[in-house]
Design a binder for this molecule. Structure first.
Ligand code: GLC
Length: 745
């Protein structure tokens, strides 16, 4: 056994001993093993670890080599440290075997893939899941998705997307948790815990909060567009969900395509080193987004990929996804003194550290069990988990005269619309290997729910082509029925990456179809399927009920049928504001007051001359089949110091006739303060379930960190002043009280 083998053997023994201990926090210390591995590496081997290559596409060895690379040769030469889009126990085992037996230093590969809302068992899109406001459920959802990915050879998911989004024209709003920083931070932490479990033990995978940072602030809502925001907005609105993810133990981050006020994230030292490393002590590694290093040439701050490589590695970006800027240029840059070996060593260490933490050095094949893959993918447990999330993500937006749940006496129901029996659309924008054949549509769900009723289906019109319509058949179906369920909205690929819309109204002839059906005189229950807030004032005005089902994933139809029948009582709450019109965008609840807040009787105030400035539905909004009464708001202390925590209690009573869940929400306003503050800010919430007539006193917390903000000196402080609290069922809550922060200890 030569020296190299001896060193490797001792590493394997050492890390396997630690693997068993890899349960508790904080992470075991692998620095000596990392030193040993690095002592075996040439500069070429080190640079190879920084290179991530997109393996073809598709699942298993039959997938096409879409990039034209000889992947096996790259591995044998030690020129690749990670693949994305290599999926499947068999394929990943084959590639890993080459890496750990034939490459120069035999370092295991890392396999990444976009498991955004499920790998084959497709869950609702993340924006829908955020409407559950249920952190335990969200953690369980992420854990279930991680288990499925783990058993397909996937080590690492490029998720969760934690970008705050205030502009529904931006298609990627579908992938995140909406417009609020506090809620988005809670959800980010829940998803990290679900994906990574307890220090990556068991069937868990590495998480990768993205896109770092402020990707959702793209001007005009146009993907990849310029972001120009203040340091205060960056730190108060867009960074906290990433900080929450890092604090929850995220092992990687992905940087964003966009610039931030002149510097693209991929080469942004302030972001990648000053904040992420020096302030947050992040110990994992950062991967670029697809070719984002190379795109700094188009941004106009790199002359070529060589300069891009220099700027990116020196800014602190560790792994290069698909530019090949590092593999092609770093050696020369070292020779020319433009990049130091120590800089490269630091990035290599970070990547090796994560590979050790994932246990790849002790068992490179722990994710490649083909027998388990056969049984663990798309099974009943995963479908059941998806259904629970889908049900809780449904948001009841309108229910005139309590027409829902559907009366049991109904015998004839018309199910109409382009999304009533569509399978692929329900998988949303990151369906990956979602099995379209296994999707339950709204029509199928209702047919299963009501085998004895006469259910008639009509297409009505296409989603987007106004010429493609068959209103007559739809009108006939409506005339022959007692009630219409109308499934309308967007195409599943109208949101997601590179899918900005200039109009967030319902596309095509769908609203015309709704108006035509109204003339039939039958009640219309609209089921909305969408990847973003939609401006639907006409629907809101004249529909009898509206249930927002988003793109609910593989179990969508069952969830919709359970809700419409009353077998499940909707409890979702919007995490984005629904505008009246695209022209109001950006519109979000935690806006500033301005010097001239809108006043109907004051022409010279901040409003529009052609439409209200108010939203169609506000942040936090969602109805139930039951009703809830809020009373007895109490604030523990009328005066506290800046170092103290205050508590707010409120009594909530279920005044309806259904057992139902409610999300109790606490907002604050600080006025006056050393800088202008949002009119309302969500600072705590609690989801409760009450039987009819049952009351519960809910306690909500305001600690110093929640009360702090960046003051006029850009110091993060809980400054003295008055705090007004609002508690209720959405961001317009009017039950309020006040307390004062008396000093600045
Ligand atoms: C895409 C997306 C990013 C994704 C990556 C790998 O361009 O921006 O979210 O994780 O490439 O597929």
């Amino acid at each position: 056994m030569n020296f190299r083998m001896l060193v490797l053997f001792s590493i394997l023994i050492c890390s396997s001993l630690m693997m068993g201990q890899n349960k508790a926090k904080p992470w075991p210390n692998y620095e000596h093993q990392i030193d040993s591995v690095m002592s075996l590496m040439s500069l070429d081997d080190k640079i190879g670890q920084l290179n991530q290559v997109a393996h073809g596409w598709g699942w298993g060895p039959t997938q096409p080599v879409s990039i034209g690379q000889d992947f096996k040769k790259l591995i044998k030469e030690g020129k690749v440290g990670s693949f994305l889009n290599a999926v499947g126990a068999k394929l990943t085992k084959e590639l890993q075997k080459i890496a750990v037996t034939e490459s120069p230093v035999k370092i295991p590969l890392l396999f990444g893939f976009d498991v955004i809302h499920g790998l084959q068992t497709t869950f609702p899109i993340p924006l829908a899941e955020s409407c559950t406001w249920d952190m335990d459920l969200i953690e369980k959802s992420a854990s279930t998705q991680a288990k499925e990915a783990y058993n397909c050879g996937v080590h690492w998911t490029f998720a969760p997307m934690v970008d705050i989004a205030r502009d529904p024209r931006w298609g990627r709003i579908a992938e995140g948790s909406g417009e609020d920083t506090y809620l988005g931070s809670q959800i980010a932490a829940a998803r990290i815990k679900g994906l990574q479990g307890d220090n990556l033990s068991g069937e868990h995978i590495i998480a990768c909060p993205k896109h770092f940072a402020a990707y959702g602030a793209a001007e005009g809502g146009r993907d990849y567009n310029t972001v120009d925001i203040s340091e205060r907005t960056l730190r108060e609105v867009y960074l906290p969900p990433f900080k929450a993810a890092v604090d929850a133990g995220a092992q990687t981050l992905m940087c964003s395509f966009n610039e931030i006020s002149g510097t693209p994230s991929s080469v942004n030292k302030h972001l990648l080193t000053d904040i992420l490393r020096n302030e947050w002590n992040f110990s994992g590694f950062i991967v670029s987004d697809w070719n984002s290093i190379g795109e700094t040439v188009a941004h106009g701050i790199s002359a070529d990929n060589k300069e891009a490589a220099k700027k990116a590695i020196n800014a602190g970006l560790d792994m290069d996804m698909e530019t090949r800027a590092y593999i092609n240029n770093l050696k020369d840059l070292v020779k020319e003194g433009e990049v130091s070996v120590s800089t490269i060593d630091e990035s290599v260490r970070r990547i090796l550290r994560v590979k050790f933490r994932l246990g790849l050095f002790s068992d490179p094949f722990r994710f490649c069990d083909e027998k388990k893959e056969a049984t663990e993918i798309g099974n009943a447990a995963e479908r059941a988990a998806a259904l629970e999330v889908t049900e809780n993500s449904l948001v009841l937006l309108k229910n005139k005269n309590n027409i829902l749940p559907l009366a049991k006496s109904l015998q004839k129901i018309a199910v109409i619309g382009p999304l009533a029996n569509s399978k692929r659309n329900l998988l949303g924008c990151w369906e990956q290997f979602g099995d379209t054949n296994k999707v339950v549509t709204a029509l199928e769900g209702l047919q299963k729910k009501y085998p004895g009723k006469e259910i008639t289906y009509a297409f009505g019109c296409s989603i987007n082509n106004p010429e493609e319509r068959d209103f007559s058949a739809a009108i006939k179906a409506a005339n022959e029925s007692e009630l219409v369920v109308l499934a309308i909205g967007e195409d599943g690929h109208f949101s997601g990456e590179a899918s900005a819309r200039t109009s967030i109204e319902i596309p095509g002839a769908q609203t015309a179809l709704f108006e035509a059906l109204r003339k039939c005189g039958k009640p219309i229950v609209v089921v909305l399927m969408n990847g973003r807030p939609l401006a639907i004032p006409a629907i809101e005005k004249n529909a009898d009920a509206i249930l927002d089902a988003w793109f609910g994933g593989i179990t969508a139809g069952d969830a919709i049928a359970n809700a419409l029948s009353g077998d499940f009582v909707p409890c979702g709450k919007l995490t984005t504001t629904f505008p009246l019109a695209t022209g109001q965008v950006p519109i979000y609840y935690n806006h500033k007051n301005t010097g001239r807040p809108a006043q109907p009787d004051n022409f010279f105030s901040s409003k529009y001359i052609d439409l209200s400035e108010k939203p169609l539905f506000p942040f936090g909004y969602g109805l139930s089949y039951s009703t809830f009464e809020y009373s007895d708001l109490k604030i523990d202390d009328k005066n506290i110091s800046s170092a103290e925590t205050n508590h707010v209690t409120v009594k909530v009573t279920n005044t309806g006739k259904y057992k139902a869940s409610e999300v109790v929400q606490l907002y604050i306003n600080r006025n006056p303060a050393s800088v202008t503050r949002p009119v309302r800010e969500l600072k705590d919430f609690q989801k409760i379930t009450l039987n009819p007539g049952e009351s519960k006193t809910v306690t909500l917390e305001l600690n110093p960190e929640k009360l702090s903000f960046y003051n006029d000196k850009m110091e993060f402080r809980n400054e003295p002043g008055k705090v007004t609290v609002f508690v209720g069922t959405n961001s317009l809550a009017d039950l309020s009280g006040q307390f004062t922060i008396t000093n600045s200890k």
